[in-house]
Write a protein that binds this ligand. Structure first.
Ligand SMILES: Cc1ncc(COP(=O)(O)O)c(C=O)c1O
Length: 390
């Protein structure tokens, strides 16, 4: 079969994280490894009611093919969500996608030729790099510190590599949990204008904010020359099984993305869209987001406190004022991939950090999520991790 595969197919990369699914689901293992929301946050009863109603009463919509751009009222809602975040987009500037993952895939298809350079953060989201790899793009890493992308690094790398685009996750990044500061966001926009590249701003975590005073205003809100392509998702605030995300971008690009999406799936699932649409139209998204924040706020504090207790002076970790993750950096000589087996034997799991770095570093890092476990199990889990890395 090999000889029939396309050149792009030879560049497909399997997810280094999906390989850990088994560990994440074993109840005997305290898992910091998952990258998924906690099912307790899903408004299941409300969704069941809405689903039953739209199936019975609106079968011509919920069970039918729909517009490629998405349910019209949902597109209005999404445009309003964007405006609420300061991103001035109208209904003609948005397209619903089958999760924001599809947005990444459609953008990769629409914008990239083989060999084009995509700048990505060090570290970055593996699903993003998977989409760019699948178009045979060349990924080049840009340094981050606790305030996000380091402007000098971005400027230097852009001058050297002439990128077509930058992929960034400014709000509570997966995997690092970092929040890009406001001055850094402005610097990134300036550097993009200077070197004339596009920005894909992926923002699935911006609403998951647990501390006061964090400025999560998207880069897209300050984009004056139509350079920022803004991605959002209902996965982390509602439920990822609904596969509902969106792109808000300059109108001409959205028109081309619509054609790409016709070829990909005609339209995103209409039942999923109907549920999200009805939920939002009933005014329930705001209260739901507040509940999700309340759910994770204490968990985040517990994990950070436990790290303080067991790893102070032996590791550093990100403050993770929002999102689902903190990222731990251990002594330079540690390779977290080598310790996974021992950790699992001790009944604790994490994700080694190296796969999130396109330049092969990060061996001494790991990603921990506070989404899954109870406070008690997290404290015990960190105690076990401390033994593993003693
Ligand atoms: C940064 C980032 N982007 C995109 C996605 C994909 O989300 P979805 O396709 O469910 O919207 C994820 C999921 O974990 C993510 O962390």
């Amino acid at each position: 079969m090999e000889r029939f595969l396309s050149a792009d197919a030879h560049n497909y990369r399997p997810s280094a994280i999906r390989a850990f699914a088994r560990l994440i689901n074993d109840p005997n293992i305290i898992s910091f490894a998952g990258g998924v929301p906690n099912p307790e946050t899903f408004p299941a009863e409300r969704m069941a009611e809405i689903a039953a109603r739209v199936i019975r009463e609106r079968r011509n919509v919920a069970l039918q093919y729909g517009p490629t751009r998405g349910l019209p009222r949902l597109c209005e809602t999404i445009a309003a969500i964007c405006r609420g975040r300061g991103v001035e987009r109208g209904v003609d500037d948005v397209i619903v996608t089958t999760g924001s993952q599809q947005a990444l895939d459609l953008l990769a298809h629409t914008l990239l030729d083989a060999g084009d350079v995509v700048l990505v953060e060090l570290p970055t989201y593996i699903g993003g790099t998977a989409s760019f790899h699948a178009r045979s793009a060349v990924m080049v890493g840009v340094e981050q510190d606790d305030d996000g992308i380091v402007p000098e690094s971005l400027d230097e790398v852009a001058a050297r590599t002439k990128p077509k685009l930058l992929y960034t996750i400014p709000n509570f990044q997966n995997p690092s949990g970092r929040l890009m500061s406001r001055p850094r966001r402005e610097a990134v926009l300036e550097i993009a204008a200077k070197h004339d590249f596009l920005i894909i701003e992926d923002d699935p975590y911006g609403e998951l904010l647990y501390v006061d005073g964090a400025d999560t205003t998207p880069l897209a809100a300050r984009d004056t020359d139509g350079r920022v392509i803004y991605l959002g998702s209902f996965s982390k605030v509602l439920a990822p099984g609904l596969r509902c995300g969106f792109i808000a971008a300059p109108r001409a690009l959205v028109a081309t993305l619509e054609i790409a999406k016709q070829a990909a799936d005609l339209c995103s699932g209409m039942l999923d869209q109907s549920i999200v649409d009805e939920f939002c139209a009933a005014g329930e998204l705001g209260p739901q987001i507040a509940r999700v924040r309340d759910f994770y706020r204490g968990k985040r504090a517990t994990l950070i406190a436990a790290l303080g207790e067991h790893f102070i002076g032996r590791a550093t970790w990100t403050a993770a004022a929002g999102g689902l993750f903190t990222f731990v950096t251990l002594r330079a000589e540690v390779d977290t991939a080598n310790q996974v087996k021992e950790a699992v034997e001790r009944g604790v799991a994490y994700i080694p950090g190296a796969p999130f770095f396109v330049d092969g570093r990060g061996r001494n890092t790991m990603r921990l999520t506070f989404a899954k476990e109870s406070d008690e199990r997290m404290r015990e889990g960190v105690r076990r991790l401390a033994e593993v890395f003693a």
